[in-house]
Design a binder for this molecule. Structure first.
Ligand SMILES: [Zn+2]
Ligand SMILES: [Zn+2]
Length: 135
């Protein structure tokens, strides 16, 4: 039999080759999961922050459930749980809505281009100064 340290509490337990958690922690995780599931079921319009607050389960973990597809929400509720961090629009996955992703990428590119032109201007100045010293 394999012995392993629980990746959550560090306690030694009999490893079954699948679970990284000891039976106690596994049970806790399962309870957390069912708490989230139940809460969402009863409050389909709740956003993820509220679900986290009400269930005591970290947002990160809830997002993981969603990403792993463990939380199966009805389609009409599916997009109520997550909100775009930028505009607050309901989204299904990730941190931003499609529109904001595009805009953020554009802004990022714009910022890079701006830095690039500042750098070029500085180089021009340097060259100008160098030219002057030559004379
Ligand atoms: Zn444990
Ligand atoms: Zn957005």
């Amino acid at each position: 039999m394999n012995i392993k340290n629980c990746s959550k509490c560090g306690k030694i337990f009999a490893y079954d080759g699948i679970n990284k958690l000891c039976p106690k922690c596994r049970k806790e995780e399962e309870e957390e999961f069912s708490r989230v599931k139940e809460y969402i079921y009863n409050n389909p319009g709740a956003n993820i922050q509220l679900v986290s607050e009400e269930t005591g389960v970290p947002v990160k973990k809830i997002l993981r459930y969603l990403r792993e597809g463990r939380l199966e929400l009805k389609d009409e509720y599916n997009n109520l749980i997550l909100a775009c961090e930028r505009c607050g629009k309901p989204i299904k996955t990730g941190r931003f809505c499609d529109k904001c992703v595009v805009e953020l990428q554009r802004e990022l590119k714009g910022a890079v281009a701006k830095n690039e032109s500042i750098r070029k201007n500085k180089e021009k100045d340097k060259m100008y100064i160098a030219e002057r010293y030559k004379k």
